[in-house]
Design a protein. Structure first.
Lengths: 442, 297
């Protein structure tokens, strides 16, 4: 019955564009929840925004908000569609007493569409684990935050991981690596980095495109059978992921030689593949599990009162759900940081929260305080570096759950950073932007 | 050469999967002249209902039977609520109605069963047959052969149904000439309800096969896109056309992707199928097995 009610709300949401607000507060901090709860990518969208909103509810219920300022939000269905994403942005940017705190577009395409708008409107665009990698150069992109880790960082961490399995980077020479990628801007993001590393380490890289939506991959996997690679990197999304895992089984390619990007490494990617997914590995900037104190706090303060977002409570603690909690931790801590500078107990503007994001320092000790030790990596953002982290863990599916198999692996920043700066400088030149002097930022 | 045979065989077997979806389109078009845009959504609804019932602990056959009842119900309701009020309207109106039906079915499916992906196993592993791999170094999946056998049985059953049963003859009569069929006392509404119910059954079979391959999730609605070039090539009114069309499309797109793809950046198979279909359209607009329309002017 509850499912039906929720689904009816989703249909209404489609028609009206949003589902209403949380109750108005005297002191409130408005955060748009522009995501997707219907359509092909609903499993990702509903899981991430489920965790995101549950954490905000928990902060409101347990702590009374941040210094008395409670979070409010409004859902807007983007359907993972650029035009609707921009529409949702326009609708939500002036809501609340101080406008939108920040936007989590949850789509690389929508992020690209909002880079200039967010900058002009002074609303931070936060793209955690997606979006434009070179926006990590905060001198050129003051309002864009591809936080925690970027696609390029991840690609280098994947090669490091493969090297560790092969016995060191020297052993990569002559090895064959195939990248099976979603034929879109998202899927093409790691090409340059992987090619550069191929020149550096001497492995042979083959790029195989899979047309959208990726529900038929026989040709690509027959080519893989002929190439006989040592490793396959899967850069997929949605139905492409289980289809690839099944196709690998179909040609007899070992799943424990197959590594997915973090958008190919959720329960929703492996469960549909059934037993074929056993042994498959994926990168992640957050891990799964419901035993973390932060998740237990959500259960205690939100679900015990029947106010949780997830109808299927078995999804609490899943990869997507926990990722949403990470998004929310960053949101809350940026507001807290901004309040330290601009006034405790006050609603912050987008411009003030931008400062908060740029000065975020979530240390290991602070993560412990949040009940999130090991749940996410420490994060230190600066004017120069809008990524702040750059580490990933690797996990392996055992047929029923993800198991973490590495500690945090740091990206090859010496390789990635010059590429980021080069691309950002090119963007600045195209748009006539004068990069900020970070030494003058306080 | 071995690799080429493998690509070709894989393509032909993939084509069978496309044909399974295309059959549903053909049945409805053949009997009513309606291009049912909602066939992909019916595949999704059928598979999602079936797998959800299984996950609730239902017996396989009971879940299958109940899903079949649901699909027949959807077919009958579609005839009553959508098609009957639109009798004698232009074909484009009926086509637009099926577009609306697509979104209703997609929304209803997720409303009732949720939007989470599900795994589906039918007890036949989607892994290569070892003896073929070892002896000839050719990889053919057991499940692909099973799907081909299912398609064969389905086509044979439909052929018997159309040729040997009274309802089947009535269906053919309606397909040939609505007015003449009405004149001899055949109920158009009755026939349409039956054919939509049969299309629902075909959607269930296609949904189960595709569900095993990709998981049961919203993306099953995209299978309709795979069926379109098959229909253009095979003809909208021909059951054998759907099969032959599927085989040609499946084989050509795989061969093109493997041998032509690397020269143009890859990822060409989805649109290459439409290139073949367009070429056929230019040469033979009615498709390989479609009826040539000759109007007296």
């Amino acid at each position: 019955m509850k499912r039906t009610t929720l689904a009816l709300a989703s249909v209404a949401l489609l028609a009206a564009g949003y589902t209403g607000t949380a109750s108005a507060q005297a002191k409130e901090q408005f955060v748009p929840a522009n995501g997707y709860w219907v359509g092909p990518y609903a499993p990702g969208g509903s899981g991430i925004f489920g965790g995101f909103l549950d954490y905000l509810k928990m902060i409101n219920a347990r702590d009374g908000g941040v210094n008395g300022v409670k979070f409010t939000w409004e859902k807007c269905e983007t359907e993972y569609n650029n035009a609707r994403g921009v529409e949702c942005y326009e609708r939500s940017k002036k809501k609340g007493p101080t406008g939108a705190t920040m936007i989590h577009p949850l789509s690389t395409g929508i992020t690209y569409s909002l880079i200039e708008k967010g900058t002009a409107d002074k609303i931070p665009i936060v793209s955690i684990g997606y979006g434009r990698t070179s926006a990590a150069d905060g001198r050129v992109f003051p309002y864009v935050f591809p936080l925690i880790t970027t696609y390029w960082s991840q690609a280098t961490a994947m090669i490091k991981f493969i090297a560790s399995k092969e016995g060191g980077t020297a052993k990569l020479k002559g090895k064959k690596i195939v990248l099976v990628y979603h034929d879109s801007a998202y899927g093409k993001e790691p090409h340059a980095v992987l090619q550069k590393m191929a020149e550096q380490y001497g492995y042979e890289l083959t790029l195989l495109a899979v047309p959208h939506p990726g529900n038929e991959q026989q040709s690509q996997w027959l080519q893989i059978r002929q190439i006989k690679p040592n490793w396959v990197i899967l850069w997929g999304w949605g139905v492409m992921n289980p289809t690839a895992i099944k196709a690998a089984a179909k040609i007899g390619f070992p799943r424990n030689k197959m590594i997915g990007v973090w958008w190919s490494g959720a329960e929703e990617d492996v469960i549909p593949a059934g037993s074929a997914a056993k042994g498959y590995m994926a990168a992640g900037f957050n891990i799964s599990g419901a035993n973390f104190p932060v998740i237990q706090d959500i259960k205690k303060n939100v679900y015990a009162k029947g106010e949780g977002e997830m109808e299927d409570q078995s999804r609490i603690g899943s990869i997507f759900y926990n990722r949403g909690v990470v998004f929310a931790i960053v949101t809350v801590e940026a507001v807290r940081k901004a309040q330290e500078k601009y006034g405790k107990g006050q609603s912050m503007t987008g411009e003030q929260v931008r400062w908060g994001l740029e000065n975020l320092d979530i240390s290991e000790a602070y993560l412990k305080k949040l009940g999130a030790t090991g749940f996410m990596q420490p994060l230190k953002v600066s004017c120069l570096d809008h990524e702040g982290g750059g580490q990933v863990k690797f996990q392996q599916w055992d047929g029923t759950k993800w198991n973490v198999i590495t500690d945090w692996i740091t990206a090859d920043k010496a390789l990635v950073r010059p590429m980021i700066e080069e691309d950002a400088a090119k963007y600045a030149k195209e748009k006539g932007i004068t990069p900020r002097d970070c030494s003058k930022e306080s | 050469m071995t690799f080429f045979i493998e690509v070709l065989a894989g393509g032909l077997l993939a084509g069978v999967m496309y044909s399974l979806v295309a059959l549903g389109f053909v049945l409805i078009y053949k009997a009513s002249g309606v291009f049912n845009f909602a066939q992909g959504a019916m595949v999704f609804l059928a598979a999602l209902t079936f797998v959800s019932l299984l996950e609730m602990g239902w017996n396989f056959w009971l879940a299958l039977l109940v899903t079949l009842v649901v699909m027949v119900g959807v077919g009958v309701l579609t005839e009553r609520i959508v098609l009957r009020p639109l009798v004698n309207q232009p074909p484009i109106t009926l086509f637009m109605a099926t577009i609306g039906l697509t979104f209703v079915l997609e929304g209803l499916s997720q409303m009732v069963w949720g939007s989470q992906p599900h795994g589906l196993e039918l007890g036949i592993a989607d892994v290569p047959m070892e003896w073929l791999s070892e002896k000839w170094n050719i990889n053919i999946s057991k499940f692909d052969l099973f799907a081909a056998a299912v398609a064969g049985v389905l086509v044979a059953s439909l052929a018997v149904f159309f040729q040997k049963t009274r309802i089947g003859r009535a269906l053919r009569a309606v397909a040939d000439d609505h007015q003449a069929a009405l004149a001899v006392g055949i109920s158009l509404q009755h026939i349409w309800a039956i054919v939509w119910a049969v299309a629902g059954f075909v959607a269930l079979v296609a949904g189960m096969m595709w569900g095993v391959r990709n998981g049961v999730q919203y993306a099953l609605t995209f299978t309709a896109l795979k069926a379109l070039p098959v229909l253009i090539l095979g003809g909208f009114e021909s059951v054998p056309g759907a099969i032959i069309g599927g085989l040609i499309i499946g084989a050509s797109e795989k061969v093109a992707e493997v041998y032509l793809g690397p020269y143009v950046g890859g990822g060409i198979e989805s649109w290459f199928a439409y290139v073949i279909a367009l070429v056929f359209l230019l040469v033979r607009p009615q498709g390989l097995f479609g009826e040539k329309i000759i109007d007296r002017v």
